[in-house]
Write a protein of this length. Structure first.
Length: 357
């Protein structure tokens, strides 16, 4: 994979500076476990960048490995010296702690090098990175391997394509996507899992508890633009998929939870599930929300259409004043760093926030 030169066209368009206050508790007993703060700060310094020369450039997903190691994926088109768009767009951008650098995640398929638009990113470490281009691609940030599940006989040509990724370890990876497709990889063998739905799986998220060695995985199922099923699915340990209570029966676009948190689902609204009951968060603007992510129950983020971006600090939700022409498709949070990516209709956008100390 060739690395691009430092991006000359990334232009800062927005900086918001705020202050921080945070109250933490100490763990009262041993073994010591970090106690969650009662609240987290709403205060972030924001840097928003525009990428590409047009031609419907966009970023679809982002993953934070560390604050100085972030990958965002999609398609970013540049014009050549003649003013024509290069037919092979950049499909990723990487933050190394100093600069955003454009990348081409290229794979060899049927004897040719292919650079395809990417839809999802998920990483277990800086050298264990998964992305999707309809099928899974795995790499170390430098070289990449494609797993063409259709050619491998894992999926039929009539099956859906992979667009979402989550895993607990290199030997426990899930890949989901259109037409209800769900595949598991145990580090050596690929296995198709029946989901009981033909509707698109829009998001997948899970938590692995090291103490109990138990894993909990959920999927959000719906179509943003068309009518169809609206479901939340749970993947059991024996790879059986069951339908989970989704009594709100609105479009479910994204799902997230932590070990300590309620289960959040967003899309046509934002809902949380706790004490066996769904309740809607009514304090946010009535805009479509494309993704929810967080660190823990007192540090939750949601982003979506028309520049909607909000943070829950354990007591209150705060919305941020991003331009309404921004559409956020992807979102990631880790510690004091949060990144939202998307497009403004013609160019890709990338907004990185750092919580002030």
């Amino acid at each position: 994979m060739k690395r691009s030169k430092k991006s000359r066209f990334v232009a800062p368009i927005l900086i918001l500076a705020l202050s921080l206050s945070c109250n933490t508790k100490e763990a009262p007993t041993k073994p010591p476990a970090p106690a969650l703060p009662d609240t987290t700060s709403h205060n972030f310094i924001w840097q928003a960048d525009v990428l590409g020369d047009g031609n419907a450039s966009r970023l679809r997903d982002v993953w934070i490995i560390e604050e100085d190691d972030i990958w965002a994926v999609g398609e970013i088109y540049l014009k050549d010296s003649t003013g024509q768009f290069n037919p092979l767009p950049y499909n990723a951008i990487h933050w190394d702690g100093t600069d955003w650098k454009l990348e081409k995640v290229s794979v060899k398929y049927l004897g040719n090098w292919v650079v395809a638009p990417l839809e999802a990113a998920f990483a277990l470490s800086s050298t264990d990175i998964w992305v999707s281009a309809g099928v899974p691609i795995h790499g170390d940030g430098q070289s990449w391997t494609i797993y063409h599940l259709y050619d491998m006989g894992v999926l039929e040509q009539t099956d859906g394509s992979i667009s979402q990724i989550w895993g607990s370890s290199p030997n426990d990876m899930f890949f989901a996507g259109s037409k209800g497709i769900l595949v598991h990889y145990d580090g050596s063998t690929w296995r198709k899992i029946e989901t009981g739905t033909g509707q698109d799986i829009q998001d997948i998220w899970g938590v692995y508890d090291k103490n109990s060695q138990k894993k909990t995985v959920y999927c959000a199922v719906s179509s943003k633009y068309f009518r169809g099923e609206k479901r939340v699915l749970q993947i059991l340990d024996n790879y059986v998929v069951k339908e989970f209570d989704w009594s709100p029966q609105v479009k479910a676009q994204s799902i997230w939870f932590a070990k300590d948190s309620p289960l959040y689902v967003c899309g046509d609204g934002l809902f949380k599930y706790e004490n066996k009951h769904w309740s809607e968060v009514l304090s946010l603007p009535e805009l479509y929300k494309n993704m929810v992510r967080g660190n823990h129950q007192n540090d939750v983020f949601v982003a979506g259409d028309f520049g909607i971006f909000a943070h829950y600090n354990g007591k209150t939700w705060k919305t941020y004043d991003f331009p309404t022409f921004m559409i956020f498709h992807g979102l990631a949070a880790k510690n004091n760093t949060v990144v939202a990516v998307g497009d403004d209709g013609d160019r890709a956008i990338l907004c990185r926030g750092i919580r002030t100390q």
